[in-house]
Ligand binder design. Sequence first.
Ligand SMILES: Cc1cc2nc3c(=O)[nH]c(=O)nc-3n(C[C@H](O)[C@H](O)[C@H](O)COP(=O)(O)OP(=O)(O)OC[C@H]3O[C@@H](n4cnc5c(N)ncnc54)[C@H](O)[C@@H]3O)c2cc1C
Length: 520
Amino acid sequence: MAFASRLSCGPLGRLLKFIIHRDTVLLHQVRRKRSIYLVPIGTETGSGSPEGRLRVAKYDVAIIGSGPGGYVAAIRAGELGLKTIVVEKDPFLGGTCLHVGCIPTKVLLHHADVYDHFKNGAELGFEISGLKINWPNILTRKDKIVKKHAKGIEFLFKKNKVEWVQGWGRYEGPGRVSVEKDGKKTQIDAANILLVSGSEARALPGIEPDHKTILTNRSILELPEIPKTLIVVGAGAVGVEFASIYNSFGTQVTILEALPRVVPVEDEEISAELDKTFRKKNINIFTQAMVNSVKKDAKGVTVTFKDKDGKSQTLQAEKLLLAVGRKPMTDNCGLEKSKAKVERGAVHVGPYMETAEKGLYAIGDIVFGLPLLAHAAMMEGISAVTHIAGKPAPPIVKERIPNATYCEPQIGSIGLTEKQARDAGHAVKTGKFPFVGNSKATILGNHGGFIKVVSDEKYGEVLGIHIIGPLATEILAEAAAVLHLEGTVDDMMNMMHAHPTVWEGMGDAFASVRGLQINV
Ligand SMILES: Cc1cc2nc3c(=O)[nH]c(=O)nc-3n(C[C@H](O)[C@H](O)[C@H](O)COP(=O)(O)OP(=O)(O)OC[C@H]3O[C@@H](n4cnc5c(N)ncnc54)[C@H](O)[C@@H]3O)c2cc1C
């Protein structure tokens, strides 16, 4: 075990891994070679326009859904020379991430950040008066950015000869997808089918969103004005990002979280730091809070919940956001016609995202056991189509999927938390570097938080990295590279980091595992 662990980190281990990987790839290419040769039938097919004419055609790949999993898979498939078609129910491309998820929320978070800078202008030596939020202008900018990037995907589809049609896509058995639009049904023949239908917001039993007062991640993006008070139910990534946005814009925010801590999937120390910082910003937080009822009234909502001591409490607010997780959208997608294993709506996959039904792949938010993240969906799509093309495909390793949460302070993490590493039987050694010792963080006026490194004591293998503080979602890049390349604490503490950067805090964090940090 120890030998294997050392091998996996050292140069010998890397050579061994390369040889195994190369041989697996060669074997795999020989196996796949014949199955990818397909002749498209039908000369013209619908393309580009939502009304696109669709004829029966033969494709190498048909993709249901144009979110980050679907559109990235389609573009890569086009690049690899596979004849590809995407079926999208909406009249635009991009899915949840582009239209109501990653992108619009990050636009609002950026605006909130700029506003925070203006509010704190005096600290930087500026005298600012007459500062006002023009909310409609902010929403217009958000919509412009979303539209620009949706058009960008259309452009990339054309560039890579990817066709797309609008309609409801359904798996109809091996090699067949039906597309339904305006009561008309057409069929696509494709050797391989990728189901990438995404997810939607979960509701709580008995609490239905009306999208005016009780909101989801979609309707909160369309509020005509900034609410004075907001209750956020759920302190996962979506909940804390919206809490952060509206807190910056002056809303009195209260978070109700059923679990014992905010951002419950993160390392415990990260949760504690976020909790502390949010409370300092005047965000109210109730953990272990069980919501019993939500009643709408003239003023907004009244929420009754049981607090962690079992006492019943009541809160009022103008608006309530339900951010209690997402559920896979696999209903009515034809999975019952396949051998794919489906559990609570999510699809089990094997290597390269193939389901138990040969030629049927599941990607993105509908996949069982993988995180619901855009970049995970993207790489899963790449893995599937690369496999289909018979080329060396990147395997999806759950522990190497980075998490980025863009609240203020930002959180970036990857790999095992300290507890997960201990529970997995590792002899754990941690290191921690607080941003207070980082000069660039001080220049930015943002030096709260820390970088925590979780490593295996014996060989210094990096098992996890957990960052909370300035630019955490950007300096996470180094953490992802270390885990991807299976680097050690010693490799990383000896790597030169540019000065002055927030990023150089990573060097100090790795060195702190060995007690050799410089700046603290
Ligand atoms: C508020 C919010 C913020 C987020 N922020 C981030 C972030 O910052 N970073 C990050 O990594 N992740 C973020 N996520 C998660 C991210 O949006 C998802 O993980 C990602 O969109 C999943 O991609 P996907 O391709 O699986 O599905 P989706 O993006 O949901 O796309 C699925 C597509 O399939 C279409 N479709 C569904 N069924 C059919 C059908 N039968 N026929 C035809 N078309 C169909 C849908 O219309 C949709 O276009 C956020 C999510 C939310 C809600």
